[in-house]
Design a binder for this molecule. Structure first.
Ligand SMILES: CCCCCCC/C=C/C(=O)SCCNC(=O)CCNC(=O)[C@H](O)C(C)(C)COP(=O)(O)OP(=O)(O)OC[C@H]1O[C@@H](n2cnc3c(N)ncnc32)[C@H](O)[C@@H]1OP(=O)(O)O
Length: 311
């Protein structure tokens, strides 16, 4: 498999990317942090760099034109306001780097891709906080869903609710074949409702009937079932997720950017425009919904249940 990744990339990547492949370092580059690669691979050190902020590690390889973003907010990569904000800032940075054409999103935490929105941001706080938090959730989805880059989710662990949304916002999803991992929009299990743009993103991926079923029951799918219903595109052994992501990326990057990007925009713009037209109303709706006593109670009970599960 590893050799196949190299040969596919060799065929599809030109110029300096081939130097990296010739040096035989591609696999170590994908298996370890890119910036740890020895400087003897034959291109300037400035051609790759990494930056990490709270809760996020980003490695960019300009020669391959691929960035890897690892969520790093232990223990479960819950999407706190800080993580959401840093995510958006880093996405903007990558989007502005002309040579960065592909993005792989994955997790630095073993077994968890992301536990979804940080529930502690959604109860016991002020209305102003809820509004700021929701705006950040919207912003991340808007940026990811309309990214000019090819976005591949390398789902190396469980991915409920907001975690699932992040992967659905990408162009392709690869999930680790471990029956303990689950993925889905399980909001109803928390007594809350997935907003229309979460729903639209799911419908665009798996169709109306399957979405209705999944959303009403708050289904969390095993990798096999997620593949069957189409929430993920590929299920591979756990240790092959990253290599597969690179392999798939090379295929997507072989398409001329402008044609692929215009096609993506054509497919996704109506969904994005729906939110853009009523962004403020959506924030108001979230604040008023989440502030209800009954919803606050449900979230509190859910967190209590999560903690009690361990005892
Ligand atoms: C009109 C608008 C409507 C509102 C729309 C809102 C849309 C909401 C979207 C969301 O994303 S809501 C979040 C949904 N997420 C979940 O339901 C996942 C909950 N978590 C889990 O199922 C499990 O934690 C896990 C992810 C499968 C991991 O299991 P594991 O056994 O490995 O860890 P735990 O012991 O359960 O958790 C460790 C630690 O983390 C806390 N935690 C877990 N998830 C969250 C979370 N989403 N937010 C905040 N904190 C979380 C958990 O309570 C534990 O804390 P401690 O006990 O260690 O203090």
């Amino acid at each position: 498999m590893a050799l196949r990744v190299v040969s596919v990339l060799k065929r599809r990547l030109g110029g300096p990317g081939q130097k990296l492949l010739r040096s035989g370092n591609l696999l170590s580059a994908t298996q370890h942090r890119w910036e740890k690669m020895p400087s003897s691979v034959g291109f300037p050190v400035t051609s790759r760099r990494s930056f990490s902020k709270t809760a996020l590690i980003v490695d960019v390889d300009h020669n391959l034109g691929i960035a890897t973003m690892k969520m790093n907010n232990p223990p479960v990569n819950s999407l706190s306001l800080e993580l959401l904000t840093n995510f958006v800032i880093d996405l903007e940075k990558l989007e502005n780097e002309k040579r960065c054409r592909g993005l792989i999103i994955t997790s630095a935490s073993p077994k968890i891709f992301s536990a979804g929105l940080d529930i502690t941001e959604m109860y016991g706080k002020s209305s102003a906080h809820y509004a700021e938090f929701w705006k950040a959730v919207q912003e991340l989805w808007l940026k990811l869903y309309m990214s000019n880059m090819v976005v591949i989710a390398a789902i190396n662990g469980s991915s409920p609710a907001g975690g699932c949304l992040i992967s659905l916002a990408g162009d392709y999803r690869i999930m680790a074949d471990n029956p303990k991992y689950t993925i889905g929009l399980n909001e109803t299990l928390l007594g809350i409702v997935a907003p229309f743009w979460f729903k639209d993103t799911l419908v665009n991926t798996i169709g109306n009937r399957a979405s209705e079923h999944a959303l009403q029951l708050g289904l969390l799918f095993s990798p096999t079932d997620a593949l069957r219903v189409g929430i993920v595109d590929q299920v591979v052994p756990e240790d092959k997720v990253q290599d597969t992501a690179l392999n798939v990326m090379s295929r997507w990057l072989s398409i001329p950017d402008h044609a692929r990007q215009l096609t993506k925009t054509m497919m996704r713009k109506p969904t994005v425009d729906r939110l853009l037209k009523q962004r403020e109303a959506d924030i108001k709706n979230f604040v008023s919904f989440i502030s209800r006593d009954s919803i606050q109670k449900s979230l509190h009970m859910y967190m209590k249940h999560l903690k009690e599960r361990k005892e």
